[in-house]
Design a protein around this ligand. Structure first.
Ligand SMILES: *[C@@H]1O[C@H](CO)[C@@H](O)[C@H](O)[C@H]1NC(C)=O
Ligand SMILES: *[C@@H]1O[C@H](CO)[C@@H](O)[C@H](O)[C@H]1NC(C)=O
Length: 383
């Protein structure tokens, strides 16, 4: 009910409002932000086996082992730098780490393909997080290792940015040897035990999916919808901050309304409807498994009627699981399921601060105090 009231008042405000004015850090892209805060940044193109052209940012450093940062769903590389000199990129760069920041297919930086046009060809959007882990991630990892002559890299993922490592490690196990350590912040795997509003949203998910199919919408959070969000949130900053809290866990101290005009320049970002559908399936079936095409097509693709689980015992890379009690998308119980099944969990950390939520890992304003010291220690310990 509360969500509906918030949504209604947001829409009412939209009607009354003027063109948005984003803060400067809301307008700059990844390279612009890196330069503004004193770091050099190179842009690289990586082409996947199935033809997607992905943008990879490189903030060069002196460490011999590179570190790769992977963002979550409807997010992009920007998430790791929008807190400027207090962001993860700045903290790692100031310690000499050689940093690479990826962008999965469909994001504003990776909206390109050797054959397909994202605005004209539906096939461009025919993917879920499975393809992000099966095609995008290995292409990015191989590119970095060949450019740096390193044999392994370290990685930090946020949210779905970790699911894709689990997909990769279980479906292409040879990649486990290329990842020395994954620090998995707010790791999404199992979607059981979800509290409201997500328990409600997943139940409504099937209906939403049917509506989107009827509307012939294959891209989620396209430009038009993003403009609507920006229009609303540039005026109603407090309302938007509290809506974010409803979804990821309320934490007004770390995600202050003044940050919203920066954030909405970078978020939300496009993904595919199919990615959303895959997540809804996983939540309904209480499984971390491949996409369900229906029993007939499943039989053709997988050789069995129901989609196979991702076998987490095959994920043998070292994984440090980081979570918190106020994360509505990744309840601690779900992290424990991951801990039980992943082959090589070296650390299981619940951040002490009670209000710490899903987004704080990347967007919180005092992560130099609450999170990054732990991350740096973990990196040093297992490097
Ligand atoms: C990278 O790919 C984009 C999209 O296809 C293209 O516009 C750009 O010229 C490419 N840059 C380089 C350095 O190849
Ligand atoms: C971070 O940037 C702010 C301005 O945006 C500046 O006042 C502050 O000194 C900077 N801090 C560091 C550690 O560079």
């Amino acid at each position: 009910m509360k969500e509906i009231i918030i949504l209604t008042s947001l829409l009412a405000n939209l009607v009354l409002q003027v063109a948005p004015e984003l803060a400067e850090d809301g307008r700059l892209d990844f390279t612009g932000l890196a330069n503004k805060y004193g770091y050099t940044c190179e842009e690289h193109n990586v082409t996947t086996e199935d033809g997607y052209i992905l943008k990879l940012f490189h903030v060069p450093g002196s460490s011999s082992r590179p570190i790769l940062l992977m963002h979550g769903i409807i997010d992009s590389a920007d998430t790791f730098i929008i807190r400027g000199n207090k962001s993860l990129v700045a903290v790692l760069a100031s310690r000499g780490y050689d940093i690479w920041v990826g962008n999965v297919r469909g994001t504003q930086y990776s909206r390109a393909h050797t054959q397909l046009d994202p605005d004209k060809n539906k096939e461009f959007w025919d993917y879920s997080y499975h393809e992000l882990g099966y095609y995008d991630l290995p292409a990015i990892i191989d590119y970095i290792l060949s450019r740096t002559n390193a044999d392994k890299l370290n990685a930090i993922g946020h949210s779905q940015g970790n699911s894709i490592f689990f997909v990769l490690g279980s479906t292409k196990p040879e990649y486990n040897d290329k990842v020395n350590l994954l620090i998995a912040l707010a790791p999404v795997g199992y979607l059981t035990n979800l509290p409201p509003p997500w328990s409600f949203i997943t139940r409504a998910g099937n209906v939403l999916n049917e509506i989107l199919i009827a509307l012939d919408t294959d891209e989620l959070f396209n430009k038009q919808l993003r403009t609507v969000v920006q229009d609303m949130c540039s005026v109603e900053t407090e309302l938007c901050a509290s809506m974010l809290g409803e979804l990821g866990g309320p934490d007004a101290e770390e995600l202050e309304p003044a940050f919203i005009p920066v954030l909405i320049g970078h978020y939300p970002i496009s993904t595919s409807r199919k990615n959303g559908e895959h997540l809804v399936q996983n939540a309904m079936d209480k499984k971390f498994c491949k996409f369900d095409y229906g029993s007939k097509t499943n039989m053709e693709i997988y050789g069995q009627k129901s989609p196979p689980d991702y076998d987490l015992r095959k994920v043998t890379m070292k994984v440090a699981l980081y979570g918190s009690r106020n994360d509505r998308l990744v309840p601690v119980a779900n992290m424990k399921l991951l801990e039980k099944e992943l082959a090589n969990v070296v650390e299981f950390r619940i951040i002490k601060r009670r209000q710490f939520n899903h987004m704080d890992h990347v967007w919180g304003r005092n992560m130099d105090k609450h999170l990054f010291p732990h991350v740096l220690k973990t990196l040093e310990k297992y490097n």
